[in-house]
Design a protein around this ligand. Structure first.
Ligand code: GLN
Length: 553
């Protein structure tokens, strides 16, 4: 008989934002390093069909997969922690998608006249999608979004409750993450919120097998035993999950606590101990960097870092590859506009303009790019950042004062960034973006010198993920190239033999590169993305010269 798949369900209690995604990803990483074929899923209890249309202010970044699925940012954590799993749209679904499927089926007569209800129809659909997303794995780790006690997550919790009897008790494990706060006035760790949260879970029929207790200090054996007593499990199934300096330390800490050992024991999986040597080496590099630099990130969501989660992680990875700590200075582009204050720009060792939508703060970003070009500060433009790089070049080098993007000026006469003709008639917001992985051809040499893109990638054919609506307008390519803008990456759009610009560079500059895609989605701590490695390297070189002129920065 074929081996039965095992399932781990991760729920969260007490508060949101206590690190459920990182905990789930850490468990995934530890299980994979034990040699188990792992996949991970995220179920989100909101009604949007996917997070693609949600404001990153509210929900954090939209993480894009190869197949073009726009998913929750936790998929980003999973991708960075789990090496081999290949995630698709099936690995992330929302209440909206579940209802959408059920209602479509009802309209098509698929329920044969029955009354369609939350139980069993919605819960059956949830279980169906859990199983579909778990295919090709021996162990699926499923994170339930939201906090236990929310009305919204009830159908998900009911579905995972049923999974235990469907799949067999020995194949399902419930892990609950809670918060154990330290109350300084009482001088002790408080277990009451955990007790309440577990009581709520048990009321709906789920007895957690393992508790992960987030706290600022280790839980003593007495505290664990006390929690165990009140929550109907043994103290040895209660684990500390203490705050750590960087997220990549979490799995190492949980391993030291014995979590992965306990999980395989409870699920009856026979494996060796995990090989964590590479991971430890990487964490060591983050702990003890040889150099330190500052990268200025010029954007408008300046104080909401979660909307640039993958980006900041990719910068850290690029730092690891260069033994360098990367400090990120978020520079509000609207402030640059108002004050024309370039102080901050001259203090950073590299300037990055990330992706984004909408007109706010655009001129400040263009000014930051002009500064980087003229001052020869290493510059990395991603998606919108690249588009603005092209606009800046067109305006200030080619003298096209009206250069702009269709996004900001649909009737502009010099839209160097434009919609593809084929898209001009499409009005549906959901369906017009270039989403997901596209191949890109790299130009290897220009006038006898290796291009920056080829230097970084070391190959001619790559694939990168996209999420944008606009493209460089080919009608202006000639004028831009004549003045020295070099296209070093392109996508051949086969059907209509159209070339789309994917990477631009300025050969005379130490490192000025823009890409239409989002390289940050492919960067992993053990496999830093080549463009981030190269950008940090040039910023590091720049810091060595800058130190002379800007002591103390
Ligand atoms: N707003 C731009 C576009 O739609 C860039 C998008 C992005 O940076 N992800 O093309």
């Amino acid at each position: 008989m074929a081996k039965k798949r095992k399932y781990i369900f991760v729920t969260g209690g007490v508060l949101s934002s206590i690190g459920k995604g990182i905990s789930a990803a850490s468990i995934g990483m530890l299980m994979e390093q034990r040699g188990i074929k792992v996949t991970m899923l995220k179920m989100d209890p909101y009604l949007n069909v996917d997070p693609g249309t949600m404001n990153p202010f509210q929900h954090g970044e939209v993480f894009v997969l190869d197949d073009g699925a726009e998913t929750d940012l936790d998929l980003g954590h999973y991708s960075r922690f789990v090496e081999h799993a290949h995630f698709t749209g099936k690995n992330s679904f929302t209440t909206g998608r579940i209802y959408d499927a059920v209602i479509r089926r009802e309209r098509a007569g698929g329920y044969l006249g029955k009354t369609v209800q939350v139980i069993p129809h919605i819960t059956d659909e949830i279980k169906k999608q859990i199983r579909a997303g778990s295919e090709d794995s021996d162990l699926a780790i499923i994170e339930v979004g939201g906090t236990v006690g929310d009305i919204e997550s009830l159908p998900f919790l009911e579905a995972i409750r049923q999974m235990k009897s469907d799949e067999g008790a020995e194949n399902v494990l419930y892990i609950h993450l809670t918060l154990v706060p330290y109350l300084s006035s009482a001088g002790e760790l408080k277990t009451k919120p955990t007790q309440h949260s577990v009581r709520e879970l048990r009321e709906i029929g789920i007895q957690p097998d393992i508790l992960l207790c987030r706290s600022d200090r280790n839980l003593s054996k007495e505290v664990k035993d006390k929690i165990g007593l009140f929550c109907n499990l043994q103290g040895e199934h209660v684990f500390s999950a203490i705050d750590v300096n960087n997220i990549y330390e979490v799995p190492l800490f949980l391993h030291e606590e014995g979590l992965d050992e306990k999980i395989v024991e409870k699920l009856g999986i026979w494996t060796g101990r995990p090989d964590l040597s590479k991971w430890k080496k990487m964490v060591d590099k983050i702990r003890n960097p040889k150099n330190e630099i500052v990268i200025g990130i010029v954007g408008k969501y300046t104080d909401w870092r979660d909307s640039y989660k993958s980006l900041s992680e990719a910068l850290i990875h690029g730092g690891v590859a260069n033994d360098t700590k990367v400090n990120m200075l978020y520079i509000d582009s609207e402030e640059i506009e108002k004050r024309k204050n370039q102080d901050l720009l001259s203090k950073v060792h590299g300037i990055l303009v990330p992706g984004g939508f909408g007109e706010r703060g655009i001129e400040g970003k263009i000014e930051a790019i002009r500064f980087a070009r003229v001052q020869k500060t290493p510059f990395f433009g991603i998606c919108l950042g690249m588009q603005l790089g092209v606009i800046e070049f067109a305006r200030n080098v080619c003298g096209m004062k009206n250069a702009n993007s269709y996004e900001f000026k649909p009737d502009g006469e010099a839209n160097v960034i434009d919609l593809m003709e084929s898209q001009k008639s499409v009005t549906d917001k959901g369906g017009t973006m270039r989403l997901g992985a596209y191949p890109c051809q790299i130009l290897t040499k220009h006038r006898g010198h290796a291009t920056k893109a080829h230097e970084a990638y070391g190959k001619e054919n790559i694939s990168e993920r996209h999420r944008h609506r606009f493209e460089v307008n080919n009608n202006f390519r000639g004028s831009l190239e004549e003045k020295g803008l070099l296209v070093t990456g392109k996508h051949i759009y086969l059907e209509n033999k159209l070339e789309l610009v994917e990477i631009i560079e300025l050969p005379e500059h130490p490192w000025f590169l823009g890409c239409q895609f989002h390289p940050e989605f492919l960067s992993k701590p053990l496999k830093p993305h080549p463009l981030f490695v190269a950008f940090i390297k040039s910023a590091l070189e720049n810091s060595k010269t800058l130190q002379k002129s800007f002591p103390g920065v």
